[in-house]
Design a protein around this ligand. Structure first.
Ligand SMILES: [Zn+2]
Length: 247
């Protein structure tokens, strides 16, 4: 049996001004999407990051209370390297993130405050492709973000947010899930590859604790970026699963 080449990617829509990335952990954006963010901020777009957890359970040798400020500081540095000035931490617990109304409410509040046209989130499918299983926090954060987009647009869902002055926002046109095995779209990141590597390398303490192939920032991003780029006809690219939310 001959192996079929994977289908080419479609280019992502870049006709927007404001995006909000809601991901489970510091470092989630940097494993593939940060170079794309560098491209967008260089075009004058605004991208805001919201971290659902602070990744405080991510370093085996560091207790969560000591780890939290380290990882938050690394994420702020990492974001600044790709033109992101605003990083918010929602304070949900790392490793044991619960999909639920508390999470949907908090994400909904962030969406109402920042009023994005595009929301980016983690892969929330069961795997990353093949049989490699996804991680529970990513699935919870991604699914809650999808639901929170609808919640943000409805005045009667979480009326406490409206009472606090966070008016509904139904302007999110698309949700983009990074690292998804169902990705059909991608964006050329060739010019911003180095910025993406720098952004991942800013997670110094995390990478030092991690070891293995995922701690090799440049090597990991190069092999992923090239494989994606080959399906868009460019040297490097980042892929996303696009879920349209308006017709
Ligand atoms: Zn993660």
């Amino acid at each position: 049996m001959t192996e079929q080449a994977p289908a080419p990617f479609e280019p992502l829509d870049e006709d927007w001004e404001r995006a909000l990335a809601v991901v489970a952990h510091p470092d989630d954006m940097e494993y593939g999407a940060a170079a794309a963010v560098a491209r967008w901020t260089s075009q004058g777009k605004t991208v805001v990051y919201a971290m659902v957890t602070s990744g405080e359970a991510g370093i085996d040798s560091m207790e969560p209370e000591r780890c939290r400020p380290v990882r938050e500081a690394e994420q702020i540095t990492s974001a600044a390297l790709v033109g992101v000035d605003t990083v918010e931490f929602l304070g949900h617990p790392d490793g044991v993130l619960d999909y639920g109304l508390a999470l949907r409410r908090d994400i909904s509040r962030v969406i109402r405050r920042h009023r994005p046209e595009i929301v980016i989130t983690c892969n929330f499918r069961d795997t990353y492709g093949g049989t490699f299983p996804n991680q529970a926090d990513h699935i919870a954060a991604g699914r809650a973000t999808l639901d929170a987009i609808r919640d943000a647009g409805n005045r009667w869902v979480f009326p406490d947010l409206t009472a606090q002055g966070h008016e509904p926002w139904d302007g999110v046109r698309q949700l983009w899930a990074l690292g998804s095995p169902q990705a059909r779209h991608a964006v050329d990141t060739t010019e911003f590859f180095a910025a993406g590597v720098a952004s991942l390398k800013a997670h110094q303490a995390y990478l030092a604790g991690l070891g293995g192939s995922m701690a090799d920032a440049e090597g990991f991003l190069e092999s992923m970026g090239r494989a994606t780029g080959s399906r868009l006809g460019v040297p490097f690219a980042a892929s996303f699963e696009v879920l349209p939310l308006r017709f």
